[in-house]
Design a binder for this molecule. Structure first.
Ligand SMILES: *[C@@H]1O[C@H](CO)[C@@H](O)[C@H](O)[C@H]1NC(C)=O
Ligand SMILES: *[C@@H]1O[C@H](CO)[C@@H](O)[C@H](O)[C@H]1NC(C)=O
Ligand SMILES: *[C@@H]1O[C@H](CO)[C@@H](O)[C@H](O)[C@H]1NC(C)=O
Ligand SMILES: *[C@@H]1O[C@H](CO)[C@@H](O)[C@H](O)[C@H]1NC(C)=O
Ligand SMILES: *[C@@H]1O[C@H](CO)[C@@H](O)[C@H](O)[C@H]1NC(C)=O
Ligand SMILES: *[C@@H]1O[C@H](CO)[C@@H](O)[C@H](O)[C@H]1NC(C)=O
Ligand SMILES: *[C@@H]1O[C@H](CO)[C@@H](O)[C@H](O)[C@H]1NC(C)=O
Ligand SMILES: *[C@@H]1O[C@H](CO)[C@@H](O)[C@H](O)[C@H]1NC(C)=O
Ligand SMILES: *[C@@H]1O[C@H](CO)[C@@H](O)[C@H](O)[C@H]1NC(C)=O
Ligand SMILES: *[C@@H]1O[C@H](CO)[C@@H](O)[C@H](O)[C@H]1NC(C)=O
Ligand SMILES: *[C@@H]1O[C@H](CO)[C@@H](O)[C@H](O)[C@H]1NC(C)=O
Ligand SMILES: *[C@@H]1O[C@H](CO)[C@@H](O)[C@H](O)[C@H]1NC(C)=O
Length: 413
């Protein structure tokens, strides 16, 4: 049954139009009696709110208006009656202290309960004792409480079992919506929503799925969004990174190594030297390093929440800082066409030697030769362009040092 088919369910009648309709009704008699209609304002009402069942096109010769709960004028269901002649209202057995019947036949409900939803019958007895009936209905909906999110696992481990997020509380006829990082939820093969969208299953969470998550509940009269909910996802450790990246460290300095591994909760760090435990710290300081500190340094990162551990090995070589070399010449004054031997003197081992001429790296000419270790430079024959300042530079993995300049004079003729 659809008793109020001609009326709009949700449209609100503007007051001006309503007043106009009232004045038309009192001044204008239709040629054929118009159908009495009931409009519910509003059709969907919130629990605790008000609804007015507006009676329209009432017959002019109405004597009594009677309202009943239900779709029949059953005396046990009578809410209230109004006698036009005496302007008196009476209450029936179904009256609940929240209804008001008006002189114009309309019925107002206050402080609505969910049980008030349904059909109502207006029974009009006219002066000729004939009667007319009209029906109205409305729905009372729950005012939804602010929702919150619960998770069946507040600290899931990355890549492990599914996580189920639920928007609480469950209420009937409610639409649920989700947001992740402020974006409305995008369909993905990594998640699934229940049929009513209230339950969100994340199949495989990663560290990037922390959230925040928000859910919203909505019905036709209310709705609100939950507080943001974040997942504390346990992950890692990933492979640790040891800083600094260098392999060679100068003798006598402090070896400072630090280890970093992405991990939640933060990893525990352990250091090993040549496979033997050194200490459990994130940073390693070894002052005044010597050849004894050459070897393999292992950083082990351990996450007790995930039960995982990862390690990275770094080779450390300790090398002496080279001392300044000394440059010597067989003769600093040579005749053009003669020969000269320049020697780079250094007591350091494991070094490489480079030669400089007038502050530029030396370009070897046809008449120049260097020894295998580059420590001896022979120029034969000497040309006048060979006159100038010579330097040699020794370097190893950790340092380099250049000699004082040596001036070579070339005498012509
Ligand atoms: C009947 O009276 C009530 C209360 O004064 C008013 O709110 C309502 O609009 C009236 N109904 C009609 C159809 O004018
Ligand atoms: C509305 O009704 C509820 C019970 O349905 C009651 O607890 C509350 O006091 C009522 N409020 C008013 C303003 O009458
Ligand atoms: C959460 O629910 C999923 C799906 O039912 C299940 O696989 C997982 O084991 C649950 N997690 C916990 C901690 O109960
Ligand atoms: C979530 O809301 C329900 C009521 O809607 C409440 O009972 C519960 O304690 C709330 N849970 C949290 C974690 O806030
Ligand atoms: C939910 O909707 C159904 C069908 O529309 C209705 O029968 C039921 O009473 C509604 N429940 C509530 C709590 O509004
Ligand atoms: C969800 O909807 C699908 C298709 O409409 C249906 O096959 C399935 O049984 C429903 N599941 C639940 C839990 O209601
Ligand atoms: C997390 O996001 C970052 C940046 O987008 C990406 O590089 C990384 O691979 C993601 N991690 C996982 C486990 O999905
Ligand atoms: C190594 O750490 C010590 C103590 O923290 C500090 O004094 C020293 O400057 C650091 N050395 C380097 C090369 O960072
Ligand atoms: C550590 O291992 C390296 C490489 O095997 C080795 O050369 C070095 O002597 C070792 N150092 C110590 C102190 O055992
Ligand atoms: C990692 O931590 C757990 C818990 O603290 C411990 O049982 C385990 O032995 C540790 N593993 C390593 C390699 O240190
Ligand atoms: C260097 O060469 C010049 C010119 O040939 C010569 O006079 C001088 O004796 C030489 N000096 C030495 C120390 O050989
Ligand atoms: C090499 O060592 C010896 C002996 O200690 C020293 O006399 C000489 O000056 C050193 N040479 C250099 C280039 O340092």
């Amino acid at each position: 049954m659809e008793p109020c088919s001609a009326t709009s369910h949700r449209g609100l009648v503007p007051w001006q139009g309503l007043l106009l309709a009232v004045s038309l009704l009192t001044s204008w008699t239709p040629p054929t009696a118009a159908q009495v209609t009931i409009e519910s304002v509003p059709f969907y009402a919130a629990e605790g709110g008000d609804v007015l069942l507006l009676a329209k096109n009432l017959p002019e010769n109405s004597r009594v208006y009677k309202w009943f709960k239900g779709d029949r004028s059953e005396s046990t269901k009578e809410i209230a009656a109004y006698v036009v002649e005496t302007s008196t209202a009476t209450h029936g057995p179904a009256y609940s202290n929240r209804e008001t019947i008006y002189h114009n036949g309309s019925l107002l409900f206050k402080n609505l309960t969910l049980q008030d939803s349904g059909v109502y019958t207006l029974h009009i007895i006219k002066e000729d004792y004939l009667s007319v009936e009209a029906f109205g209905q409305f729905r009372v909906l729950l005012v939804l409480p602010k929702p919150n999110i619960t998770s069946n696992n507040s600290s899931p481990v990355e890549g492990e079992e599914p996580v189920v997020l639920t928007c609480e509380p469950e209420t009937q006829n409610t639409t649920y919506l989700w947001w992740i990082n402020g974006q409305s939820l995008q369909d993905s093969d990594r998640l699934k929503l229940s049929n009513d969208s209230r339950i969100l299953t994340l199949f495989s969470v990663t560290r990037n799925d922390t959230g925040p998550y928000e859910c919203e509940n909505r019905n036709l009269v209310s709705g609100s969004r939950s507080d943001p909910f974040t997942l504390n996802i346990y992950y890692g450790p990933d492979d640790p990174i040891i800083l600094p990246p260098e392999t060679y460290f100068p003798l006598g300095t402090t070896l400072n190594l630090s280890c970093h591994a992405a991990s939640n909760p933060a990893a525990q760090y352990y250091w090993l030297f040549n496979g033997s435990f050194l200490q459990s710290t994130q940073e390693l300081h070894i002052p005044d390093i010597s050849e004894n500190n050459i070897g393999y340094y292992t950083c082990l990162a351990n996450n007790s929440a995930t039960g995982l551990s990862r390690s990275t090995v770094k080779t450390v070589i300790v090398a002496e800082v080279v001392k300044q070399p000394i440059i010597e010449a067989s003769n600093t004054t040579v005749e053009e066409g003669g020969s000269v031997v320049l020697t780079c003197l250094s007591n350091d081992t494991g070094i490489s030697i480079q030669w400089f001429f007038n502050d530029q790296q030396l370009q070897l000419t046809e008449s120049m030769k260097v020894s295998q270790s580059s420590s001896i430079l022979t120029i034969d024959p000497v040309k006048r362009q060979d006159a100038g300042e010579y330097q040699c530079e020794v370097s190893n993995a950790v340092s380099s040092s250049r000699s004082h300049p040596l001036r070579l004079e070339v005498i012509c003729e």
